[in-house]
Design a protein around this ligand. Sequence first.
Ligand SMILES: [Zn+2]
Ligand SMILES: [Zn+2]
Length: 219
Amino acid sequence: MVYDFHTHTLLSDGEFSPIELIRRALVNNYGAIALTDHAATGELPRIIKETAEACALARSHWNILAIPGIELTHVPAHAIAEASKKAKELGAWIVVVHGETIVEPVEKGTNLAALRSPHVDILAHPGLLSLEEAKLAATNGIFLEISARKGHCLTNGHVASLAQRVGAKLLLNSDAHSAHDLLTMSLADGIAHGAGLDDTACRQVLSLNPQALINSLPS
Ligand SMILES: [Zn+2]
Ligand SMILES: [Zn+2]
């Protein structure tokens, strides 16, 4: 069963409507999918409302856990704590922060701000994460992301190795923007092994950590 906590729809820059992306995930053997469109603060109410409605519709008729979320993207580092709190108040079950990937000019300090925010669940594509940041992720129980997305995936090995060194929890997400970006179990397994994880760590990242995250959700 595939779990994926970071995807995009046409509510930001993805290809499909929320309900169509969920439908395509379902036929791709997903057990759970979080819809996490890009937002700063102005778009939060609109995107979370529309996402939550589509997820509720899918959950009530189909056998898939559709999770309303958001990806705080290029939010100034000092505004991340407040924005993540607001996102949760508006009904997001999962808050992802668009971390310091090496392929975009994300503000320095974004990783640290995310890892210090109690309402953040996942730091996406953290790029050249520092040891201090990895330790903070471990202490605060925030998931670090192994990314299937081109560009963002270039530092997967670094992120996996630091996370394992300090006991931080990892998740593997597609960051899908269209249907062909969605994961299969074999692709996820290949990406996790490619980041340097052994069989035991892969099981942790692809099954146990997702189940732990699901068990912590508000529903
Ligand atoms: Zn991102
Ligand atoms: Zn994304």
